[in-house]
Design a protein around this ligand. Structure first.
Ligand SMILES: NC(=O)C1=CN([C@@H]2O[C@H](COP(=O)(O)OP(=O)(O)OC[C@H]3O[C@@H](n4cnc5c(N)ncnc54)[C@H](O)[C@@H]3O)[C@@H](O)[C@H]2O)C=CC1
Ligand SMILES: O=C(O)CCC(=O)C(=O)O
Length: 524
């Protein structure tokens, strides 16, 4: 039974695909209410309240996936999750419209002073002259961050007759032209905008983006809106600009610390606030919960996920095409690691033929995961394989060749170790399966499966018989045997597939045969 912990409030309608699955148990409780059971959960679904820290991940050794029902993953230690091999996914567009609409609601409220007027009338006052606002029509709106939400805000602004200026260093010219917005530098935006709204993630670059220096570059009487992440507008820096009336008003849905407590900004009459409500609509909550539930379900069924933060994203089509190579690469990694049995510095991979045209990132990660698995005590999978390889000083590279050299497709690898270099080539043949066609410099043809025994020897009459007799005497059945040699009378190999693994004593016996140089057990 798969166990999923849903630790923040989430729409039941959205969670329906998980709740309906009889193989899944969904527990809707806060983390601190299930302290004793944390080690049992396979998946964790959160909004922004649960902090997915390294400490929490350590208490959840069975965890495979964290699903964030929303966009921002700043409540999740994604680096730690990656190290622990835990996939992190989000629901990137389920709450876009709601947040864009909330931004607009904040904008209209800000310039028409609706919250202040509301409080006044509720206090039994009728003071119409105190609440004169300004129109949005004809005003210049500066949008910082032109992704999903920023671009939806722009559409609405244009419908209101506003001039829209956009600053986003990652926005391509083609996309800006298609949407028809004025793309400018940050300084140009600050100088022109009557209203500035931020829609970036909170990163090293965006933290304090609207701080003392940039606030000083804004127009006198500017309005500011933050419905993205607390800290993009520097809260402390705002105070003098509000005191000297350079900033006419501020609308905040998000804060550096949430809840903000007794924050000095809350005492300004022209600062209007909501408690992180951008995504709080019925529709958005159903959307994000549905998106994340469907993705988690797909992941648990071994299907590709499309909104992962720490895995390459694959479409179903691409996933289907690479699946065979993904498995072949995993087996090749396992074989290479066991054969080498020593520290390695580099793994060079060459994809040839039809596989060279595919999305190989995932295949390479699979190969690395296979390679590292016998060497790493903790979980290693395609999420953390590249990171673990790096941490262990193992460089890896990919090369591509259109020519498959006798094979429709092939994956070749060269592993550079401290004392030796190892090469191997594998191919996947439809209706036949995975085959290793070169091993350690020898042409051969075997299926990388089960209990394998690699023997390197001198090419002499009677060698096969000697090995066969010893195995037979010890009741070890040989399922298949492939042989290869470099030249008659030179170095040769046998690759045997056995019905059971060999014990150490039998390996020693085989090694003691004259003219046998190497005996290696390989388990795939
Ligand atoms: N208040 C709320 O309840 C909600 C808040 N959010 C937040 O809104 C923000 C935007 O979300 P989306 O539009 O979905 O994200 P997105 O990823 O679609 O867009 C972000 C944009 O910011 C741009 N950007 C990144 N660094 C930048 C920089 N240094 N300067 C200018 N632009 C930069 C990116 O190029 C991208 O176009 C995020 O912080 C998200 O967490 C999202 C949903 C709900
Ligand atoms: O879960 C929520 O309501 C917060 C949404 C949010 O901030 C996000 O999706 O980034």
């Amino acid at each position: 039974m798969v166990r999923i912990l849903v630790s923040d409030a989430m729409s039941e309608e959205g969670l329906a695909p998980l709740l309906a699955d009889p193989t899944i148990e969904v527990v809707q409780k806060k983390v601190n209410e299930v302290e004793e059971e944390l080690h049992q959960f396979d998946a964790l679904l959160v909004r922004s309240a649960t902090k997915v820290t390294e400490q929490l991940l350590q208490k959840m050794p069975n965890l495979k996936i964290v699903g964030r029902a929303g966009v921002g993953v700043d409540n999740i230690d994604v680096d730690a999750a990656t190290r622990y091999g835990v996939v992190v996914i989000n629901a990137p567009n389920g709450n876009t419209i709601s947040t864009a609409e909330h931004t607009f609601a904040m904008m209209a409220s800000l310039v028409r002073r609706i919250p202040q007027a509301h409080i006044s009338v509720k206090s039994r006052e009728w003071n119409r002259s105190a609440f004169v606002g300004v129109e949005l029509f004809g005003k210049h709106l500066g949008i910082i961050g032109f992704g999903r939400i920023g671009s939806e805000v722009a559409k609405r602004a244009r419908a209101f007759g506003m001039h829209v200026h956009v600053y986003d260093p990652f926005l391509t010219k083609a996309r800006a032209e298609k949407i028809g917005v004025d793309v400018c530098t940050l300084d140009e935006l600050l100088a022109q905008a009557d209203i500035i709204t931020v829609h970036t993630p909170l990163t090293k670059e965006t933290k304090g983006l609207l701080g003392p220096k940039n606030l000083a570059k804004t127009k006198k009487g500017v309005y500011l809106i933050n419905c993205a992440r607390g800290g993009i507008i520097d809260e402390q820096a705002l105070i003098p600009f509000l005191e000297n009336k350079h900033v006419a008003g501020v609308a905040l849905d998000v804060f550096e610390q949430e809840p903000p407590g007794d924050h000095p900004l809350l005492s300004f009459d022209n600062v209007i606030v909501t408690p992180h409500l951008g995504a709080s609509t019925v529709e958005a909550q159903v959307n994000v919960a549905t998106q994340v539930a469907e993705e988690v379900l797909k992941f648990l069924q071994g299907k590709p996920v499309t909104s992962s933060i720490n895995l390459p994203t694959l479409s179903k089509d691409v996933y289907e095409k690479i699946q065979a190579f993904y498995t072949l690469a995993r087996k090749m990694g396992i074989l290479a690691s066991q054969y080498m049995g020593e520290p390695v510095q580099e793994i060079a991979i060459t994809y040839s033929g039809s596989v060279a045209d595919l999305e190989t990132t995932f295949i390479t990660r699979s190969l690395l995961a296979g390679f590292l698995k016998p060497r790493v005590a903790s979980t290693v999978n395609e999420v953390n394989a590249a990171m673990i390889a790096k941490e262990r000083g193992i460089a890896f590279s990919e090369k591509f060749s259109a020519n498959g050299n006798d094979y429709n497709n092939s994956i070749a690898l060269t592993v550079y170790g401290e004392n030796k270099t190892f090469t191997m080539k594998g191919t996947h043949i439809v209706h036949y399966g995975d085959r290793i066609v070169h091993f350690n410099g020898f042409a051969i043809d075997f299926a990388p499966e089960g209990h394998l025994l690699y023997i390197q020897h001198h090419d002499k009459p009677g060698m096969i018989g000697k090995v066969g007799n010893i195995l037979g005497d010890h009741q070890v059945n040989i399922a298949t045997m492939q042989v290869g040699r470099q030249e008659a009378g030179g170095k040769a190999i046998m690759m045997l597939s056995l019905d059971k693994p060999l014990d150490d004593a039998l390996v020693d016996t085989l090694e003691s045969i004259e003219d046998i140089d190497v005996v290696k057990r390989l388990e795939v």
